[in-house]
Design a protein around this ligand. Structure first.
Ligand SMILES: [Zn+2]
Length: 410
C-alpha cells in the first residue's frame, strides 16, 4: 500500500521538480543536487526539538486511551486563530517578510484542509523590535522567554525570529509547560525547488499532539505494525520510521538500511509532515494523523474554538468580500458548481483536494473581474479520470484569503 502511493507521489515530485518551471533562471539541477548533498552532510538547524519526556509519554498514553469523545462535537470548518509575533531588530528593520508569513499560513491551510481547520490571523501582526530577541535567543530559557511575550488568548501564538538557536522550530504539546510556537525565519516558506513549505505545518502538527513518525519516547515502532498504536508516533497509518535525517535522496526516496528491533528493514514515508524527511518532501498528514488533530482540537485544545470572531465577520473581514459559495448540488454524482464573488478584480485559484490533501484538479486559476463567476468541477482529476466517491475539498485562494468548501461525490 505504501509502496504504491509512494511511487505515484515520487513520479509527481520528479515531474514538477525537473520538468516544471521552478528552475527558470536559477542554478542547474546539478548545482542544486550538490547543494542538497551539502545539506545532507551538514544538516541545517535540527528540524525540531519536540519529544515528550518519559513521564509525559506515560501520562499521555493514559490520557489518550481514556479520552472520551466530546458530548456535543462541533462541526467543521473549525476557524483557528493564529496570533503572529514577528521579531525585528531594535530599529524596526529585518524580520520575516509578511508575504512569507502569509505563504506559510496558506501552506498550513492546504496541509490541514482534510481536518476542516481553517487558520486565520487574529488582529494585527505583533512586531517585537528587540536586538536581543532578534539575534541572541539561543537557549531554551530564552526561547521560552520570547514565546511568552504579548500572548493572545484563544489563539496559537507563533513567534518568528532569525535567532541564533539551533532549531528550525519549537512547538508545544497540550501537556507542555510552555505553550506557543517559535520558528526560525530560515525555515519559514523559503522559495525555490527545495524551498521549505513544511516546517510551519510540522510545528502546528505538534501543537495538536502529533509526534514525530520516528518518536522513540513511547518505544520503537515495529515495521510489522503490531505495536503501532502504543509505540512510535502512536499512529498506525504512518509506517515505522528510523528517523530520516540524511537517509532520503533528492527524489524523496528512502536510502537507509536500518533494521527495526525485529530485524525488518524500514520502509518509511518521507512525505509525512511529521517525519524528518527533507523539508521539500514533506507534504501530507496521514488520515489517522488528521483524526488525531481533530480529536486534540475538540478536547485538549477546545479553547481555540472559542475565539470571539464570528465566521461571518471573519469571512467578510479577511476576504474583503471575496467568497466561494457552498457547492451545489452536493453530494454530486456529476457536475457540482460554486460561485466566486469578487468585489474587486483579483487573481483567484480554486483547486480541489482529496482528504489526504493531494491536489486532484485546479478548476480556476485566473484574474477575475468584479462580480459573480461560476466555477464547476465535473468530478475528474487532471488526467481526466473520474475521482472515487468520497469527500473532497475545494479551496479558493486569493491573496491571503483562503476558503475551503467540502464536496461529496457519490
Ligand atoms: Zn518536530
Amino acid at each position: 500500500m505504501f509502496t504504491k502511493s509512494l511511487g505515484n507521489r515520487i513520479r509527481g515530485t520528479i515531474a514538477s521538480a525537473f520538468l516544471g518551471t521552478p528552475f527558470a533562471g536559477a542554478a542547474s539541477a546539478d548545482a542544486l543536487y550538490q547543494n542538497h548533498r551539502a545539506e545532507l552532510a551538514t544538516p541545517p538547524p535540527a528540524p525540531c526539538a519536540m519529544s515528550p519526556t518519559p513521564e509525559q509519554a506515560a501520562t499521555y498514553i493514559d490520557y489518550v486511551k481514556n479520552q472520551a469523545a466530546p458530548q456535543d462535537p462541533p462541526t467543521p470548518p473549525y476557524y483557528v486563530a493564529l496570533a503572529a509575533h514577528i521579531v525585528r531588530a531594535s530599529n524596526g528593520t529585518g524580520g520575516l517578510p509578511l508575504a512569507r508569513y502569509e505563504q506559510a499560513v496558506a501552506d498550513a491551510n492546504a496541509h490541514f484542509a482534510p481536518s476542516g481547520i481553517v487558520f486565520y490571523t487574529k488582529g494585527d501582526i505583533d512586531y517585537i523590535d528587540s536586538d536581543f530577541y532578534y539575534d541572541h535567543v539561543d537557549t531554551i530559557a530564552e526561547i521560552d522567554d520570547l514565546r511568552t511575550q504579548n500572548l493572545v488568548a484563544n489563539a496559537i501564538n507563533v513567534y518568528f525570529t532569525s535567532g541564533a538557536f539551533p532549531y528550525c522550530g519549537i512547538s508545544a504539546f497540550t501537556f507542555s509547560a510552555t505553550q506557543s510556537i517559535l520558528l526560525n525565519n530560515a525555515c519559514v516558506a523559503t522559495s525555490g525547488a527545495y524551498g521549505n513549505h513544511s516546517t510551519f505545518s510540522h510545528e502546528i502538527g505538534h501543537y495538536f499532539d502529533l509526534f514525530h513518525t520516528h518518536e522513540p519516547a513511547f518505544g520503537l515502532e515495529y515495521v510489522s505494525g503490531t505495536n503501532c498504536a502504543d509505540a512510535g508516533d502512536l499512529i498506525c497509518d504512518t509506517p515505522a520510521d528510523p528517523s530520516l535525517t540524511g537517509v532520503v535522496d533528492i527524489n524523496c526516496h528512502y536510502i537507509g538500511s536500518a533494521m527495526d528491533p525485529q530485524g525488518a528493514a524500514y520502509a518509511p514515508d518521507p512525505f509525512q509532515l511529521m517525519s524528518y524527511g527533507p523539508k521539500y518532501c514533506r507534504q501530507e498528514f496521514s488520515p489517522q494523523s488528521v483524526a488525531r488533530v481533530v480529536q486534540t482540537l475538540v478536547t485538549g485544545r477546545q479553547s481555540l474554538l472559542s475565539s470571539p470572531v464570528s465566521v461571518s465577520t471573519l469571512d467578510s473581514e479577511r476576504a474583503g468580500g471575496v467568497s466561494l459559495s457552498t457547492p451545489w448540488p452536493n453530494p454530486a454524482s456529476d457536475l457540482t458548481e460554486m460561485s466566486v464573488s469578487m468585489p474587486v478584480a483579483a487573481n483567484v485559484d480554486v483547486t480541489v483536494y482529496d482528504v489526504r490533501g493531494a491536489r486532484v484538479r485546479t478548476i480556476a486559476h485566473r484574474l477575475y473581474e468584479p462580480g459573480e463567476h461560476v466555477v464547476g468541477w465535473d468530478g475528474r482529476d487532471t488526467s481526466g479520470a473520474l475521482a472515487a466517491p468520497g469527500a473532497y475539498f475545494a479551496r479558493l485562494t486569493s491573496g491571503d484569503v483562503v476558503q475551503t468548501r467540502k464536496i461529496v461525490r457519490r
